[in-house]
Design a protein around this ligand. Structure first.
Ligand code: ADP
Length: 550
């Protein structure tokens, strides 16, 4: 047929050609680095020459173990443009997962930050990392760690020529790779083709998604080691925007000063980052006047955060995604019919995970595989498919059988869809409670219980039940001086007002703490294991635990 493939290289070419003087700024281990797209593009070609000289070629995997900075960004185009595959590794994972990931992906070379060298070293027992032929420290000092052979980035790159003929690649060539965080088992590898990254970038550029323009100043706080910082470095390059990278473990004070000094207009990260900045702003004067949008994702954006930033004139753009979806799948923007709606209605919509991005499709199905009505009430599992949604995991045939339905990815997220098309996550598939053939959202009950001032933490889990399959039990953490009996009565009354009778927990257990995962989320898997086989249901629990009895 002949034709033109969808690859990343034209984005870099355009930025260098049209915006040679636009800046790339990074907070690094050694201070602020600043250069232009013209210089950046030269650096990517020097990097390609260095990798080429080392013997890295098309199809080889190159790992990174780095924070968000200019050198890491150089690998973002330098590695995929030469036909190799960029494998970003998450340093926050447990050692055994890091070991598994590097071995599973057979990385040949790894770039690592000096401050993360010890972590990578400790993840490597004597037989681990056999595939890795070279470690390259991205900094001027080479730390004393057991990783060998070890060199530093500038020695590796800076003497190389700035000329490099990028090969003509196919859009099916592998460009990127990232592993899921493995909450329910070993991390699973997701590979991104050139075409997946190209189409995700183009969709992210649309006003329905981030709508980034050349006049924007873009600062991804979301780590570049996890799902390409939500693709922002690619999208910003495609737009010709100025880029700002916040560097190793940025604190709220670092973010505030970068926003002020560099004139950041759009930034992105998980909710805790933006809660942290709000806290910091209570004690410190921060000028947010340049900032127009904060993209929040990875976990639900609390409505209070959306409202507080709105007071500063900053729009919170709530987005949902997964490693498997490159990663952005939905964005909560208002449709024209809602632009004049009451503020509360708008906040309600912004608080949802949002509308499906142009280019991908979704459906929501119940246990029998039937599609649920879009009424904002019924819920089921979200399935998605599209150009930047993966259709398989790397060398995981078992997961490929269970997590995909043909071209559809089973997201494991349980959602509602309202009549305006806004998707809202109500639970994870493994946590939703199935009672009498209907589903109860454990997250909703938890949030309702945690709204009581005496409750510090609460998790709701499903417990096996002869008649109803499963029934909800609330596991609650309170201070020592709280009267538990009185609290239980109050919670029952409170929940009764808001929820149908069959949703009410059949047991209220008071426990010392709720087990957490490595990333600080409640680990209901551990909680369920701890309480397996224990008698948790109250004897006089209601017999009407299904909707038809309500
Ligand atoms: P993992 O590495 O575990 O796959 P991801 O970073 O891919 O982690 O996380 C994907 C999951 O995170 C989604 O399936 C969803 O449960 C949750 N998630 C992502 N964005 C949001 C959001 N805006 N609101 C609520 N949950 C979210």
């Amino acid at each position: 047929m002949g034709g033109y493939d969808q690859t990343l290289e034209p984005f870099l070419w355009r930025a260098e050609t049209i915006y040679p003087d636009r800046e790339v700024v990074a907070r690094t281990h050694e201070g602020i680095n600043r250069y232009t797209y013209a210089e950046y593009a030269d650096r990517t070609r020097q990097l390609a020459n260095a990798l080429d000289g080392f013997g890295i070629g098309e199809g080889d995997r190159v790992g990174t173990f780095c924070w968000n900075h200019d050198r890491h960004f150089e690998t973002y185009f330098g590695v995929p443009n030469m036909g190799a595959q960029l494998h970003t590794i998450n340093p926050l994972l447990p050692d055994k997962h890091i070991q598994h990931i590097v071995e599973d992906a057979s990385d040949r070379l790894i770039f690592l930050d000096p401050s993360l060298a010890e972590k990578l070293g400790s993840a490597s027992d004597p037989d681990a990392f056999e595939s890795v032929e070279q470690f390259v420290v991205v900094g001027s000092t080479v730390p004393d760690v057991s990783l060998e052979p070890l060199t530093d980035y500038e020695s590796f790159v800076s003497d190389q020529s700035t000329e490099y003929d990028w090969p003509e690649l196919s859009e099916d060539d592998m460009a990127g790779m990232c592993y899921t965080s493995g909450t329910t088992g070993k991390p699973k590898g997701v590979e991104y083709t050139q075409q997946m990254m190209w189409s995700h970038t183009m969709a992210m550029l649309t006003p329905q998604a981030l709508g980034i323009e050349d006049s924007d100043v873009v600062m991804p706080v979301v780590p570049m080691f996890h799902v390409n910082a939500w693709g922002m470095p690619f999208t910003a390059t495609a737009a010709g925007a100025k880029q700002v990278f916040p560097g190793p473990a940025p604190e709220p004070a670092d973010l505030a000063s970068l926003i002020e000094e560099e004139g950041v207009t759009i930034t992105a990260g998980v909710p805790t980052v933006w809660l942290g900045l709000l806290e910091y702003m209570k004690e410190n004067e921060v000028d947010l006047s340049s900032l127009e949008q904060i993209v929040i994702g990875g976990a639900a954006a609390p409505k209070a955060v959306i409202e507080q930033y709105d007071e500063f004139g900053v729009d919170v753009i709530h987005a949902w995604g997964m490693t498997e979806t490159s990663p952005v799948g939905t964005v909560s923007r208002l449709t024209p019919a809602l632009t004049d709606a009451a503020f509360d209605t708008k906040v309600d919509k912004w608080g949802k995970q949002g509308l499906i991005m142009p280019g991908i499709e979704f459906k929501v199905v119940d246990d029998d595989g039937s599609e649920i009505p879009h009424d904002g009430e019924a819920f089921g599992e979200l399935l998605v498919r599209g150009p930047w949604v993966t259709t398989e995991y790397y060398e995981r045939p078992h997961a490929n059988e269970t997590d995909f339905d043909g071209s559809w990815l089973r997201t494991g997220d349980i959602v509602t869809v309202d009549d305006d098309g806004y998707i809202e996550i109500v639970d994870r598939a493994e946590d939703v409670i199935k009672s009498g053939g209907e589903w109860i959202s454990s997250q909703e009950l938890e949030n309702a219980i945690m709204a009581h001032e005496d409750v510090s933490e609460a998790a709701v889990i499903g417990v096996d039940h002869d008649r109803w399959q499963e029934r909800p039990v609330a596991m609650i953490v309170v201070a020592d001086d709280v009267d538990r009996e009185m609290l239980t009565d109050e919670l029952k009354t409170m929940l009764q007002e808001e929820y149908p009778k069959w949703w009410l927990p059949d047991g209220f257990e008071f426990i010392d703490e709720i087990p957490k995962t490595a990333t600080g989320k409640f680990s209901k898997m551990d909680l369920r294991e701890q309480y397996e086989g224990k008698e948790l249901l109250e004897e006089d629990a209601p017999a009407d635990a299904a909707p038809e009895d309500d």
